[in-house]
Design a protein around this ligand. Structure first.
Ligand SMILES: CC(C)(COP(=O)(O)OP(=O)(O)OC[C@H]1O[C@@H](n2cnc3c(N)ncnc32)[C@H](O)[C@@H]1OP(=O)(O)O)[C@@H](O)C(=O)NCCC(=O)NCCS
Length: 203
């Protein structure tokens, strides 16, 4: 499956993405490191080791297992068919909740061109359409203004603050809680982003 708009596309990761993924991640160490969590109990391995092709392949095996269990939807993001980031829909819970949360990053070389809003809109439309979710959450550090801006562009609503939510950059960090509901963009998230119908604002 491949979802695309213009030069931006998302698709499931494949094992032969390992070298490209590792190369982009190594180049973006300073750009990504301060926003990414790790288990607090472990001694942090160097960025180079945490982002090797072997780590990609091991992560992919876990992701495929989780995806088969219906709990995860992993995507790589491409710009002009070159790997330039990722979007991961995790914590998928069905039943009366029908909810998930989303995480994302892009290569600094393509930042500021609306790549992530487009990629997320494609993924959110898939989640609300084919997957049948009702709600997608995003949790962002208050300091991460580019990420907050992305959620704003997509019509996410602020819901509160998670205290000391994730262990990032050597400390437990508060996160702001946001969500988008299927009812917020009745004509589709991408369509609303492109100006074809505004998302419904916060209730
Ligand atoms: C958050 C992130 C995914 C945004 O992706 P993007 O494709 O650049 O999104 P946009 O193009 O819509 O830019 C969003 C905002 O980033 C800021 N921005 C623009 N160019 C930028 C640049 N070169 N560097 C940093 N921020 C920039 C602007 O405020 C922009 O808002 P604007 O369009 O109103 O000017 C990206 O900054 C990123 O990967 N950051 C590091 C990882 C991360 O924070 N992940 C999310 C954790 S919650």
């Amino acid at each position: 499956m491949r979802l695309a708009h213009g030069d931006v596309a998302v698709r499931p990761p494949r094992s032969h993405d390992a070298a490209d993924w590792s190369q982009v991640r190594q180049r973006n160490a300073a750009w990504l490191q301060r926003w990414e969590g790790r288990p607090p109990s472990s001694v942090p391995a160097p960025w180079v080791a945490r982002n090797s092709p072997a780590v990609f392949r091991a992560t992919l095996r876990t992701q495929r297992r989780e995806a088969r269990a219906g709990r995860l939807l992993p995507f790589v993001l491409t710009v002009d068919d070159r790997l330039a980031g990722a979007v991961t829909v995790g914590g998928i819970t069905r039943g009366a909740f029908d909810s998930a949360h989303v995480g994302y990053w892009v290569d600094e070389a393509v930042a500021g061109r609306g790549v992530m809003p487009t990629a997320l809109a494609l993924v959110l439309d898939h989640c609300f359409g084919q997957v049948g979710l009702h709600r997608v959450e995003a949790n962002v550090r208050p300091e991460n203004s580019p990420s907050l801006r992305v959620l704003d562009k997509l019509g996410f609503s602020a819901e509160g603050r998670h205290r000391r939510y994730l262990f990032i950059d050597e400390a437990w960090r508060d996160h702001l809680a946001y969500s988008l509901l299927v009812e917020d963009a009745p004509g589709g998230v991408l369509r609303a982003l492109l100006g074809g119908g505004s998302p419904v604002g916060p209730a």
